[in-house]
Structure formats: C-alpha cells, structure tokens
Design a protein around this ligand. Structure first.
Ligand code: PMP
Length: 306
C-alpha cells in the first residue's frame, strides 16, 4: 500500500502517494480519537460514480461532531476531494478512505493545541472477501468480545479507536476458521459484525437490530429502502443469537462487504445453508443500484466528472 504510484488528498492538496506521511507523534495514532469513512465508487454506463457520497460525508461530519473535532473543510470540499481522489488515480472502481485525525502538534491526553487533519485515499479493492462468498455465503462465529456499549464509547461515531473491538473479534473469528464475527451487545443481543450490520429473514419478515450499539450503516438503510419498495415487512428489534440459528436467511451489509449471505453461525447452518432467495433479490438490487441500473435511485450516485 505504501509504495505505489498515485495521489492522496491531504489537508486540501493532492500529494504523491509515497509522500502522504504523518509524524510518529500523531495524536490519533496514540489514542485513537479520529473518525473515518469507507466509501465505494463503482463503474456505471456513465463512468465511475460514488455511491451515496453525501450520506457518507454527512456521517463523517456527524462522527467529528460527536468526537468534538472541528472539521477544517466543508462538506462540499470533502465531496470534491473524494471525486478528485477517484479521478486523479484513474480508477473505474474504488474504495475510498476519508479520515479526520488529530496531528502531532501536541502530546498527552491533555494536549489542547491539536489541529484536525483530513485525508482522502482511493484505491482499487474489488472484493472484500473471496469473490464466491457473495454467492455461497460465509461462516460466522459469535464473538467472545462484547460490542461497544453506548456509555463506553460513542457508537454513532465511526471512530478509529472503536475498531480495536472489531479487530479483536475478527481476528478471533478468522483464527477459529470462520470468515467473520457476530458481536453481541452487553445484554447478549445481536449487534453487528466487525464492519457490517446484520439482517435475518424469518417467516417472511426481515429483522435487523435497532441502532442502539451498532453503526448507522448506509448499506443497512439502502436495504431498508429496498424492503419498503418490495413490500417486505421489516422489524427493527432486539434479536437473540438463537434466532439467527433458526432464521430462514441471514446476511451482512456494509460498504466493503456489500450484501453478504451468512450460511453458518457457530456451526449451525442458516436455513438451507446457502444464499436464500430474499438475500439474492436484495443483493441483486444493491448491485444494480451501485452500478446505476436503478433509475429510481440515480440520485444515490455522484458521477466523477473531469
Ligand atoms: N458496522 C460497522 C462497525 C462498520 O464498520 C460498518 C462499515 N462502515 C458498518 C456497520 C456498515 O456501514 P456502511 O453500510 O455504512 O458501510
């Protein structure tokens, strides 16, 4: 990643990829107080387009607000920076990483002279997991790590430090031969994956946990929008892990993971042990939407123009 051609937007300027560096005393590196986004651009008939750019930028600014970080750029500037990062790296499809972080102007928890810095990188990242995972589904294990509690960290912020919990859970799941972790909240109810929201389909109803301790996923909202269009009833409520065991279908949603079927949780097959029909339908709609094939949702796309 470090040694490659291309450019990264850093504090208002495009800099060569290899020169987009920061000091070892960068405050966020030490204490984790920073926030970021994961955004994707897809190739459409009209060239590359960023999916739900404004929603991601709005969430980045909400995260910064929650963390009390004053953004030194406007939303419009950040949107333009993301378009430029795709365009100037000549990417047709891209994963984008905008991040706001505290600099090395001061050290220690009490530093009061810190500046907020902002970067946007874009690179080609076709598939988050194996390409066949989208069709056959993944194996998941319930994590021994509890998801954040609302009074331990700020769950509505996509904060850098929050991801220690995700990394511990994901590494544990991978070490035990699974592909992803399912984290429960502090009362034992299903929360989310390490970087995804979760849905289950049971008796014709789509269920997803309330947003108490999980991230307000933009893909989650996209799926809720599709469910409304398809007249699929939805319940946002507490879900137990054994409800996932007996669900007809289950899937994860996230910008990186997209719509990812879950075929097994804790060694129990979910439904038929493969991608279910409703998952397949919602997944197909998702890929149509991101690729500009759903005219009713063309407003979700920001085309990269010269
Ligand atoms: N939960 C967590 C913890 C995440 O990191 C992500 C990825 N941003 C999601 C859910 C899904 O959010 P989105 O659909 O906006 O990518």
């Amino acid at each position: 990643m470090a040694d490659r051609d291309g450019v990264i937007w850093l504090d208002g300027e495009m800099v060569p990829w290899r020169e987009a560096k920061t000091h070892v005393l960068t405050h966020t590196l030490h204490y984790g107080l920073g926030c970021f986004e994961g955004v994707r651009a897809y190739n459409t008939a009209n060239g590359p387009a960023i999916f739900r750019l404004q929603d991601h930028t709005d969430r980045l600014f909400r995260s910064a607000h929650i963390l009390n970080m004053k953004m030194p750029f406007s939303k419009e500037e950040l949107n333009a920076a993301q378009c430029a990062a795709v365009r100037e790296n000549n990417l047709d499809e891209a994963y984008l990483r905008p991040m706001a972080f505290m600099g090395s102007e001061g050290m220690g928890l009490r530093a009061d002279n810190l500046k907020v810095h902002v970067m946007v990188a874009a690179w080609s990242w076709p598939s988050y997991m194996s390409p066949e995972a989208k069709e056959v589904g993944i194996k998941v294990r319930t994590s021994s790590y509890t998801r954040h509690h609302v009074n331990i960290t700020m769950c509505k912020a996509k904060a850098n430090g929050n991801y220690i919990n995700s990394m511990l859970a994901l590494n544990e799941a991978i070490a035990s031969g699974c592909e992803e972790a399912l984290l429960l909240d502090n009362e034992g109810y299903v929360a989310e994956g390490s970087g995804e929201n979760i849905f289950i389909m049971r008796n014709g109803i789509l269920h997803t946990p309330e947003l108490t301790s999980c991230l307000e996923g933009i893909t989650r909202q996209t799926i809720l929008d599709f469910a409304a269009e398809l007249n699929i009833p939805v319940k946002e409520r507490r879900i137990t892990r054994d409800e996932v065991y007996v669900a007809d279908e289950a899937f994860f949603t996230g910008t990186a993971a997209e719509v990812l079927p879950i075929r097994e949780l804790d060694g129990r097959a979910i439904g038929a042990g493969k991608r279910g029909p409703v998952t397949e339908k919602l997944q197909a709609m998702y890929f149509d939407a991101v690729k500009g094939k759903l005219p009713q949702h063309s407003d979700w796309l920001t085309h990269i123009k010269d």
